[in-house]
Design a protein around this ligand. Structure first.
Ligand SMILES: Cc1cc2nc3c(=O)[nH]c(=O)nc-3n(C[C@H](O)[C@H](O)[C@H](O)COP(=O)(O)O)c2cc1C
Length: 219
């Protein structure tokens, strides 16, 4: 697949087959993603790739944190209340997902349960947790986003689907504890990945994009 095909066909995947990605493929994907550019080539990403029983234990710990209604305590200040057109687009993406899942707008409980799927990693066989040193702040986060998109596209080239998840940065404590992260390291976000279940309702959701002129001005 060429880059245009990869970009046109990529979409977030929220239902996976129970089939792990071979270790050799995982290593190829994460090796190539290292080619990402970063400011001054600092390469801030410290990635935890978690699979198997440890992934299940991590999911359980995160679900427990959510179910205990602990307030989110992200390591980075990203809990934004979107405004204006951003809020409209946020609703648009939520409606695409809930529409595909057949969840009505007013069905708060079903929406909460759908949200919980984030911390169950949508039953993906693998999850990548993206951490970086906290002091790197916004420029580090820029680098991390570029790295994550590299990963996403390389995965797709291997037929591996994924969903980037800000939700995985909301409750860093269980992650910190399980992997012994030092205090100076922060959990930014994560990505569940594996082979897509093509028939799952969640994977029928598609989002739209604005017209070019809304976002780009040529001078
Ligand atoms: C940084 C980032 C964080 C995201 N966080 C979540 C998340 O926590 N849960 C989720 O289901 N999707 C999450 N997404 C996926 C977006 O909702 C999705 O990319 C967007 O709606 C566009 O849809 P598409 O990826 O299918 O093109 C995230 C995407 C990005 C880039």
């Amino acid at each position: 697949m060429n880059m245009s095909d990869l970009l046109n066909q990529r979409h977030s995947c929220r239902a996976f087959l129970d089939k792990p990605v071979p270790t050799e493929t995982l290593e190829q994907i994460f090796e190539l993603a290292q080619r990402a550019p970063s400011n001054c080539n600092v390469q801030p990403w410290q990635t935890l790739v978690v699979s198997g029983e440890q992934k299940d234990a991590l999911s359980q710990a995160l679900v427990n944190a959510v179910m205990q209604q602990q307030p989110p305590n992200p390591d980075f200040n990203w809990a934004i209340a979107y405004q204006n057109e951003h809020r409209e687009r946020q609703f648009g993406s939520a409606n695409a997902l809930y529409g595909a899942l057949g969840i009505a707008r007013e069905d708060k409980r079903a929406r909460q349960m759908a949200m919980l799927r984030n911390w169950q990693f949508f039953d993906a066989p693998h999850v990548a947790i993206f951490t970086m040193d906290k002091y790197l702040d916004i420029m580090g986060a820029v680098d991390m986003g570029i790295y994550a998109q590299n990963l996403s596209l390389i995965m797709q080239e291997h037929g591996v689907s994924n969903c980037m998840q800000g939700a995985l940065g909301q409750f860093p404590d269980p992650i910190r504890e399980m992997f012994g992260l030092p205090d100076e390291r922060g959990v930014l976000f994560g990505m569940s990945f594996g082979y897509a279940d093509p028939d799952a309702p969640a994977n029928q959701a598609r989002t739209t994009r604005e017209d070019l002129k809304t976002n780009v001005q040529f001078f």
